[in-house]
Design a protein around this ligand. Structure first.
Ligand code: BG6
Length: 473
């Protein structure tokens, strides 16, 4: 049971943007609807576009209707909408946020105690340094928390520069770098599965695991974000962030406690043990038709798919390849992790007609069909000795019957509570860029793939003779 939060003011920078509409406003509405926001709270949208409070509420209502799993009826909406307001303003000019400071004072005056202040930088990342400086000048940084949406820089040097700029105004304890994959129940459950059960940890290493696969496949394309994607590409958008975070949870050592910094010490250690990726083990591909999308250059060399092998050079994982793949416009949406165990050391059934036992594997289904399954061999009923493949399966839906909290809802709450456990630390972000530097600096040749497939044949060749695995094919 969560404790009721003290009063809060949330200011969203980039309030007229896509992230605010798709994720932040729907998440805040749903938190309010579930009684998880404090009784006294204010949500202030801030962006350059001129808008009245009423117009901002309209935008928010449409967003909630489109993106909430439980869209608002009139009464539920009215109760929430009263907390929303909007301030138009600039980012670039010195002192551009002085009026925001006055506005917040007025909004917070009726609250019974001084509220926690919480800023969300949902602007294009290029505006982060301005947001930070303007907040500093206006005296708004003191005692506040600030959340930054990824990407944090576009390489190690720019990430360091951004972190330095942030630290001129905010202390690291005030900073929350979001990677929404860490807000997914199923990703957090990797830690519960590993560290709350004694069964698997002894085999979670190079002696028993042949290789690890992480797939984050999307059936959607770039969804009108051509300009953003041209600057970013799949490696920056998905690999340095979501896939690496999932990998750190899979590969980390048990932390000494669940204290945010002890946990993050361990995830950062994984990134430090990763060898810089070898460009010859990276496949970059682009779906046919990408270059015709709005905002995309006709000769674009930006990847919409990436598959790569990475290595973790430490005691536990030396010699175990980690294969990662992610892409847009693939056959279906599926985010999964599979650990393939080694074959049995000796086949005691070799003189029977049982055949060669297949390798066991464990699959975490991050989304959809959230769950975990362990595929093992079993004797088929009947005379003789024939092997069949069976699955021991856990499915969230049938087991818990509790709707899974959206990642953004959870992370907004955690940030308001000041808990850093599920947020990225500066050193981890910088190290993730270093691991991928060889391919970011010298991108490998791009190949193409057809929409609706699983990517180019080069991605299959990367694993061969092993094969990519997905639950139920
Ligand atoms: C975002 C990326 O961080 O994650 C998007 O910028 C991507 O390109 C999205 O579509 C995927 O998130 P999810 O939760 O739908 O897997």
């Amino acid at each position: 049971m969560r404790e009721q939060l003290p009063p809060q003011t949330v200011v969203i920078f980039g309030a007229s943007g896509d992230l605010t509409k798709r994720k932040l406003l729907p998440a805040l509405f749903q938190l309010h609807d579930q009684g998880l926001l404090p009784a006294e709270f204010a949500i202030v949208g801030y962006a350059r576009t001129p808008m009245t409070d009423e117009e901002f509420r309209d935008v928010a209502r449409k967003a909630a209707a489109e993106f909430c799993s439980n869209p608002p009826g009139d009464d539920r909406w009215r109760r929430f909408a009263g907390h929303l307001s909007y301030v138009a303003g600039e980012y670039g000019a010195p002192w551009a946020m002085a009026h925001l400071a006055d506005y917040l004072k007025a909004v917070e005056a009726p609250m019974r105690e001084p509220p926690g202040r919480f800023f969300y930088a949902a602007t294009p990342p290029g505006a982060y340094p301005d947001v930070v400086r303007r907040l500093g000048e206006a005296g708004l940084a003191r005692g506040a928390r600030i959340v930054f949406e990824k990407p944090f820089g576009h390489d190690a040097a720019s990430a360091r520069e951004l972190n330095d700029c942030i630290h001129e105004v905010f202390d690291e304890s005030q900073v929350f770098r979001i990677d929404h994959y860490l807000g997914k129940e199923t990703v957090q459950n990797i830690l519960a599965f590993r560290f709350a059960n004694g069964l698997f940890e002894p085999v979670w290493n190079r002696r028993y695991i042949d290789h690890v696969q992480i797939t984050v496949a999307e059936d959607i394309g770039i969804e009108g974000r051509g300009a953003f994607f041209e600057q970013t590409g799949t490696i920056r958008d998905m690999v340095t962030t979501h896939l690496f975070q999932v990998l750190t949870f899979l590969a980390m050592e048990p932390p000494v406690s669940f204290d945010p910094d002890r946990l993050r010490d361990e995830t950062v250690k994984v990134l430090r043990s990763m060898m810089a990726c070898d460009p010859s083990r990276v496949v970059r591909a682009q779906y046919t038709g990408y270059r015709e999308e709005e905002g995309v250059s006709r000769g674009s060399q930006v990847e919409t798919f990436a598959a790569l092998e990475v290595a973790i050079d430490n005691w536990r994982w030396a010699g175990v390849p980690f294969f990662l793949r992610t892409g847009k416009r693939l056959a279906r949406k599926a985010s999964e992790v599979t650990l393939k165990f080694r074959s049995v050391p000796f086949n005691v059934f070799r003189e029977t007609d049982m055949g060669l036992p297949r390798r066991d594997h464990l699959t975490f289904r991050i989304q959809p069909n959230e769950g975990i399954s362990l595929a093992v061999n079993a004797k088929k009923p009947g005379p003789g000795l024939e092997l069949g493949r069976v699955e021991l399966d856990f499915d969230y839906d049938t087991e818990f019957r509790t709707p899974i909290l959206d990642a953004y809802e959870l992370l907004l709450l955690e940030a308001m509570e000041g808990d850093h456990t599920l947020f990225l630390r500066q050193d981890g972000v910088e190290r993730a860029w270093e691991v991928l530097a060889p391919v970011l600096e010298n991108p490998t040749r791009i190949v193409s793939y057809e929409p609706g497939t699983w990517g180019p044949p080069e991605a299959d060749a990367l694993l061969a003779p092993r094969r990519w695995h997905l639950w139920k094919g």
